[in-house]
Design a protein around this ligand. Sequence first.
Ligand code: 5GP
Ligand code: ZN
Length: 113
Amino acid sequence: MSDCIFCKIIDGDIPSKKVYEDEHVLAFLDISQVTEGHTLVIPKTHKENIHELTPEIAGRLFSVVPKITNAMKEEYDLKGVNLLNNNGAYAGQSVFHFHLHILPRHGEQDGFD
Ligand code: 5GP
Ligand code: ZN
């Protein structure tokens, strides 16, 4: 979709810090880090929200999450993980290309309570 920020990130027209990439899925650091390592996981095909996901796409997205969280565990002392997903403006979605937030928790000092 031409006016979608995340499609532009997929196409390389907007730079991002990539965390993981395969044929169908891209994960990159959120520009506004709620906790250090805050990552977004997106399908490479434009899907606005969860209602548009096929089971196949949903499966691919979720299968990537433990790869990323296990890499976080390797990298530092991961205390916990929050997964977040907003669908629709009313629910707080601000970019209308489906994305899963992965929020690594670093302990009390991460300031996200
Ligand atoms: P939402 O509020 O839709 O659940 O989350 C959208 C997320 O996208 C926000 O956390 C926001 O910081 C992030 N975001 C918006 N624009 C960009 C961008 O250009 N690059 C990156 N890396 N993240 C973005
Ligand atoms: Zn898009």
